[in-house]
Design a protein around this ligand. Structure first.
Ligand code: UT7
Length: 337
């Protein structure tokens, strides 16, 4: 469909999520399981984060999980791999440095008409991805995008560092996003806010391989995710409500009208603090971190898929999606379902 989608005059173009899908590895690891490998307890993890378990891959790959989520989203949207014009993967845990995840998925599903690329915006990656996809789709040049958020953080955390290893999990979520001609211009993704602050990037980082060439020889090291949890906590509680309000304001939503706030699943206390700052009840904030932990770029699309497949999303419902994380990056989107 590249370059061939034309929209008739007098019709509006809405950018809509038409299908969602997700995949979580089977292997469930409880807090008690982790207390056998690091000095932690179910009580500490539950009370500080709300997390009770996470799913850790044993057989799956980042690509394999993405393919499962992508197929489910495409099936729900009723699109075939050849229909995809754009394939964007948000991840910090690709299987290979190159090819990137999006190209690996393209090959695996046979999306031969798409162009495919990855974005690294950590836990905000899915929000960034749907914004980028929306921009392409709004141009009228393309009709169908697949945005995937996938992480296998289990290969990036230090399993001897109790301050990080208890927090994260593996999984994938995906959404098909289409440009649709509609009579009414009040549906779909109405606004997306994207922000970053690279100056504060050190509070949540994972270094790459050290320089090691024929001129410079450094001992090859392997870096793990490291985090100043309290700084990230403060950053999240400040920026997420601001981004949510901005996205809602741009879309013309009053916060009270919002049916669901689908937030990045890092910590239940962060979600409670955001809800309080927005003056909204916790019932509007679905969560799955109890079962999944923090899956970075995959958290938001997996939760969106869960809520969708439970039948909770009705046409006309107002949603706000929001993510925050390494970079630092953060973002929010306002959607009419
Ligand atoms: O998606 C990326 C975004 N990431 C986040 O949003 C993370 C945001 N931050 C947080 O969620 C919280 O800061 C954490 C859950 C990471 C930590 O909670 P906290 O209430 O800020 O705890 P803390 O770091 O202040 O640690 C308190 C104590 C320390 O012991 P001392 O110094 O008081 O003796 C830690 O060593 O808890 C200790 N501790 C643990 N104890 C048992 C740290 N991790 C653990 C653990 N089990 N797993």
């Amino acid at each position: 469909m590249n370059g061939s989608a034309h929209f008739r005059r007098g019709k509006h173009m809405n950018i809509k999520i038409t299908g969602t899908g997700s995949f979580i590895p089977a292997n469930r690891v409880t807090n008690d399981d982790l207390s056998k490998i690091v000095d932690t307890s179910d009580e500490w993890i539950k009370s500080r984060t709300g997390i009770e378990a996470r799913h850790i891959s044993t057989e799956d790959t980042t690509t394999g999980m993405s393919v499962q989520a992508a197929k489910r989203a495409m099936e729900q949207a009723g699109v075939e791999p050849e229909d995809l014009d754009i394939l964007i993967a948000a991840t910090i845990s690709t299987d290979k440095v190159v090819p990137g995840l999006a190209c690996e998925v393209q090959s695996a599903i046979g999306a031969k008409n798409a162009f495919a690329f990855d974005i690294n915006a950590a836990c905000s990656g899915f929000l960034y991805g749907i914004n980028i996809a929306s921009m392409y789709l709004k141009s009228g040049e393309y009709k169908t995008a697949l945005v995937i958020g996938t992480e296998m953080l289990s290969k990036m955390v230090d399993w001897t560092d109790r301050s990080t290893c208890v927090l994260f999990g593996d999984g994938s979520g995906a959404a098909v996003i289409r440009a649709e001609e509609c009579a009414e211009n009040r549906e779909g993704i109405l606004s997306v806010i994207q922000r970053s602050d690279g100056a504060k990037g050190d509070v949540l980082r994972c270094d790459n391989r050290p320089v090691n060439n024929f001129l410079v020889k450094r001992e090859a090291g392997f870096s793990y995710v490291s985090m100043n949890g309290q700084e990230v906590y403060k950053f999240a509680v400040k920026t997420v409500p601001e981004a949510v309000k901005e996205a809602a304001g741009k879309a013309g939503f009053a916060l009270d009208e919002v049916d669901y706030f689908i937030l990045h699943q890092a910590n239940y206390r962060i979600i409670e603090a955001v809800a309080k700052r927005l003056g909204q009840p916790m019932e509007k904030f679905p969560t799955n971190l109890q079962e999944c932990g923090n899956i970075s770029a995959a958290s938001v699309p997996i939760l969106l898929d869960e809520v969708n497949r439970k039948g909770l999303l009705k046409p006309g419902n107002k949603l706000i999606l929001a993510g925050f994380g390494a970079g630092l990056t953060w973002g929010a989107a306002a959607i009419i379902w």
